[in-house]
Design a protein. Sequence first.
Length: 364
Amino acid sequence: MKLQEILAVLEEMAPLGYAEDFDNVGLLVGNSNQDISGVLVCHDALENVIDEAVAKNCNLIVCFHPILFAGIKKITGKNYVERAILKAIKNDVAIYAVHTALDNHQKGVNKIFCDALGLINSKVLIPKENYIQKLVTFTIPENVEKLRNALFEAGAGTIGNYEDCSFNSKGIGTYMGNENSNPAIGSRFEFVETEEIKIEVTFEKHLQGKILKALFTNHAYEEVAYEIYKLENKHQNIDLGRIGEFENPLSENEFLRLVQEKLQCGGIRHSVFTGKPIKKVAVLGGSGSFAIKNAINSGADAYLTADLKYHQFYEAENQLLLADIGHFESERYTKNYIVDYLKEKITNFAIILSEENTNPVKYF
């Protein structure tokens, strides 16, 4: 199987356009035309993981965290990043990272987090901003169905849990072609006044290229009239963090014991107990100190995340229980989700879950 075939499946699982601007996701090492013998899925593509991939005849590693994050000018093997990259290149092992592309997906890291705890009715904690765009175009009535369906097929017209959404209105369009024109209706230098349909659809901005290709390929006019707008609407299904609830409330002690058991935490740092039962819980896998206020404003009784600093525990303000469960622990089951997804989409192919523990934090 060619790497580019697997890349298409990974893009479907976690669109790279969902990733945060600071992130480095996608194919980090490798050639999209190379043949793939097997896929190893891991949390971090360290040297020992690359050794594992080679031993298991896997020449593609799909990792959660990108091994290449900041800019790099030399690869001499002086640190763990450079050594891993050198080993991957030497053994012809490709590396692909998903990170915040999967963080922000509605079925990604934070949905997995909620499911592991048994939370129900989970929803977005921080909806993604500046991600929805709108296309407006004009065509003749005979072309409407063909064009609109092509736009839907390319991904336009999805709003929340609804697909094929559009608004269509009738109007009168006018034009006159010059000597270089080849009008679909009328002739050169003829002033044309004809009935047209205005089609309006929204789409996720990473789909703009596909949407425009569908527009130009299926439009009846030689010169396609269209407009694209950036919308301020927040995307309700692309998120950082989620908030869900237990069917029955737990005491704070019961809650932390459950978290420790389900996520196999070596230790949990937490703020002072509030004395209130825990029913609504906000979660954000990885470093999530920036969302403490969002968790409070959402009405959560507890907020689970990682990488909190000393003074940030004060920000709980006795309004919720704030708990740092560990970075790795908060993302623990992400690689399992990736394996399950790939096995469902790519049958009769070696998709292997790494057995290496790459958590750099140890507990005494």
